[in-house]
Structures are given as C-alpha cells and as structure tokens.
Write a protein that binds this ligand. Structure first.
Ligand code: ATP
Ligand code: MG
Length: 416
C-alpha cells in the first residue's frame, strides 16, 4: 500500500473523549474510528490487524477439525423462547427490534440456539458426529458499561465454535484438544506467557468452565495465579473447596488483574434437549447430542495487544499481527529516490513481504512519526544519501539505532 492511496491520517494527539489506552492509540493512528461508545469502525490499517488476528485463530480452529460458517445476526424470537433466553432477565444484553409488520427480532449476542436448531437438519445418526462448526461474526450486546475501547464493545467480533459430540468422553477429549489450540493461538499472538487457563464457574453440566485470562492492569477480572502450574482461579470461584479440589494452597497463589480473551464451556444437553437435537446410536437408541461452546474475542484481543505492545511513540505490533512488515520512508521526491523506493517496494513484495510505502510529499519527521505510531516492525529509509551509497537505512521499531545495510543484508534481516 502507498501512503498516497490511504485515506486515513494520523493525529498529533489522543482523542479527548477516550479514556482507554487502546482506543486512544488506535484512533490517533487512524486504525479505528469511534462511532459511539462501544461501537468502532475498522479503518484500512486496523482492518488488516483484525484480519491477521482472525487468520491465526482460523488456522488453529481448522487444525482441530472446525467447519467455518456464518450464521445470521438477525434472530427470530421463537428459537430463543424454547431455551428461555429471549427473556431479558435471563439474557440481559439483548438488542431487540421489530419487523415492519411488528414481528419481534433480536440481534444475536451469541449463537447456541440458532446453531442447535440448524444442526437438526444435518445430525440424525452417530455417524454424523462429532462436528465442530465455527464462525467469526459481529455480536451485539447491550453492555452496561463500555469504557475499555475495543476490549468491551456493544458491537464486537467473536470467534465462536460449538462442539457436537456423541457422549461425554468424546466431548471431554475435544475439550482438551481445543484447550491446547487456544494455547497455540495466544502463543502465536505473543501473549502466551501472560495468558492463563483459568478455572471459572461451570453451569449445570460441569463443575468448571475455563477462561483464558491475559494479565493486564486494565483487566476487569481478578484472578489468582499459580505460576508453577501455569493456571489460575477466577475470583468468582475462589473458595477453599475449589483450592482443595485443585490441590493448591492459598499461599502459592498471587492475585492479578486480567482480561478474559477466550473461554471454553461444557454445555451438555442445555440446548440439545429443549431444541430436540438428538441422534440414534449404534444400538438404535435415541440420545441428545452433547455440546460445548468455545469463544475468543478478536476485537478484545486487538485492543489488548495494542496496549500490551506499545511505547511512548505508539503501537509496536509483533510481525505476524502488524498491518505491514516494512515501512518505506521515501525522503524527498528526487527522481532517483522515487525510482529506488519503487524498486524496493516491488522487490520486497516479490519476496512476499508486505510493504507500506510512504510516498507522500511530507517532512521526514512526519514520516518517522507515522512509522512509529503505526507500529510497523521495520522502517527502511530511502534518501539521496542511501541511493548514492547503494544501501538502505534500516531501523527496527523496537530499537533506536538505525544501520546502513545492503539489499542482501536487508533481506537477511527480514528473513526472506
Ligand atoms: P465478559 O465476562 O468479559 O463479559 P463473556 O463471558 O460475556 O465476557 P462470552 O460470552 O463467553 O464472554 O464471549 C466469548 C469471548 O468474546 C470472550 O471471552 C471475550 O474475549 C469476547 N467478548 C465478550 N464480550 C465482549 C465485548 N463486549 N466486547 C469485546 N469482546 C467481548
Ligand atoms: Mg459478557
């Protein structure tokens, strides 16, 4: 992408009406725009970051046998009445609306009911199980408070996968597999070390559910971390009984603030029973399907990563999340400098490197400022001086000193 083709601009200052650091930074850098509290537009650079996060999750969900789908945001009332969750006292975050003829509709805050109903078309025999449909979708939730930028939206992206298994043993085995897949997702996003599988309340079909909590000072959750075992207990279930259950002493734990970046949940027959999702087993017996649900918040993760990887100059994305790998700062509009920039832009892209070329007629300081604020991992300066010396000035976003490198050294530094 060329800067001259990008419609967004950076700002010198943070937006005045934002208190959360992630929204401040992302708005200042032109990655997102605030439509209203808890509702954000993804602009070109932000959209690239979101897609990078989504792609990592997608690869890991496909690796455990997921089938990607896209369910509808508009929901009819009846299917939610069967489970009891149309009621606002049961599901307190509904956005509801009506058709022109007065028929009630809701904007999906989650998708257990419509998916369970859909699967009745495709599941009838033990041979049809197990299956793992999942999606990336915008969810709508009328959250009471929305002060954490992308971390708590009223409209936000969620990855939700649902498991449909024959029996408890099959369910338990998948639960472990996806738990490992979640660990790989957070490791690939660069927060593996600070993300803890956390025991949380379970519902009627299992004693616990598990949240994946990333340590953060701005986290809304309080957890008790066991560093040795790399696990944690959510405050909501932090009791002597649970500690005994896990064979852990209070003294081995430290209290920490954390952000819930995902969770996995055993649903049992909570939805299959009322909605009538059954299958016939090998002996001809009709049984309810055993279900689980598994969420990850790509929007929340983007906000968290923006805060986690930042310094006083702006964003500092890891390479696999960054909107581009290389930022070319073309200094001046001398013919030779333009030609050298164009060549570098083409040559790097030919090697599969994603490149942002700042081809604007702007001051060097503005270009360097944008490169830092955007958080692009490598900045390469092309100037009259570098053209004359037939080299490039390379600086990593995480370092302060630039070095002069040849084309060979540049590609080696980029690993291509
Ligand atoms: P929380 O307790 O933070 O409200 P939740 O228990 O309601 O989360 P789920 O319904 O399990 O969350 O949603 C799955 C994932 O979606 C969460 O783990 C989180 O990462 C993300 N998520 C949930 N609510 C929001 C929100 N309002 N904005 C952004 N991401 C969210
Ligand atoms: Mg919630």
């Amino acid at each position: 992408m060329k800067a001259s083709q990008l419609f967004t601009k950076t700002s010198k200052t943070h937006p005045a009406d934002e208190t959360s650091k992630n929204a401040q930074l992302l708005i200042q850098a032109g990655f997102i725009d605030k439509q209203m509290a808890g509702v954000y537009t993804y602009l070109p650079l932000g959209k690239l970051v979101l897609e990078n996060i989504i792609e990592i999750i997608r690869q890991e969900m496909n690796a455990v046998g997921g089938n990607e789908i896209s369910l509808t945001a508009l929901q009819p009332k009846d299917v939610w009445e069967v489970s009891g969750r149309w009621n606002d006292d049961v599901m307190d975050v509904w956005f509801k609306t009506k058709l022109a003829n007065g028929t009630d509709l809701g904007l999906a805050p989650t998708h257990e009911e419509p998916l369970t109903q859909l699967m009745k078309r495709f599941i009838s025999s033990y041979k049809d199980l197990p299956v793992y449909p999942y999606q990336f979708q915008i969810k709508f939730r009328n959250e009471l408070r929305s002060k954490s930028g992308l971390m708590r939206g009223r409209e936000f992206w969620m990855k939700d996968l649902y498991s449909f298994s024959r029996d408890q043993a099959g369910h338990d085995a998948f639960y472990e597999r996806i738990s490992e897949a979640y660990n790989r997702v957070y490791a690939r996003l660069g927060v593996g070390d600070s993300t803890y599988k956390t025991f949380a309340s379970g519902g009627s079909f299992s004693k616990y559910s598990h949240e994946f909590q990333t340590l953060s000072d701005v986290g809304e959750d309080t957890i008790y971390v066991h560093d040795g075992k790399k696990l944690a207990i959510n405050q909501e279930v932090y009791t002597d009984e649970v500690l005994a259950d896990l064979g852990i002493n209070r003294s081995e734990l430290r209290e920490a603030k954390a952000v819930e970046v995902g969770n996995i949940f055993t649903l049992g027959t909570r939805f299959s029973e009322p909605l009538g999702l059954t299958y016939t087993d090998e002996n001809g017996t009709v049984k309810p399907v055993i279900m689980g649900s598994y969420g990850i918040g790509p929007s929340r993760l983007m906000g968290l990563l923006a805060e986690h990887f930042a310094d006083e100059k702006g964003l500092v994305w890891p390479e696999n999340i960054a909107p581009f790998t290389v930022f070319i700062a073309q200094l001046g509009s001398d013919e030779k400098v333009v030609a050298a920039s164009q060549k570098l832009y083409d040559d790097l892209q030919a090697k599969g490197v994603s490149v942002f070329w700042d081809d604007r007629d702007a001051r060097p300081g503005d270009k360097f400022g944008d490169a830092d604020l955007y958080g692009i991992p490598y900045r390469v300066v092309v100037s009259q001086k570098t053209v004359q010396a037939d080299n490039f000035e390379l600086k990593k976003r995480t370092e302060t000193e630039a070095t002069f490198v040849s084309w060979q050294e540049l590609t080696k530094a980029l690993g291509v």
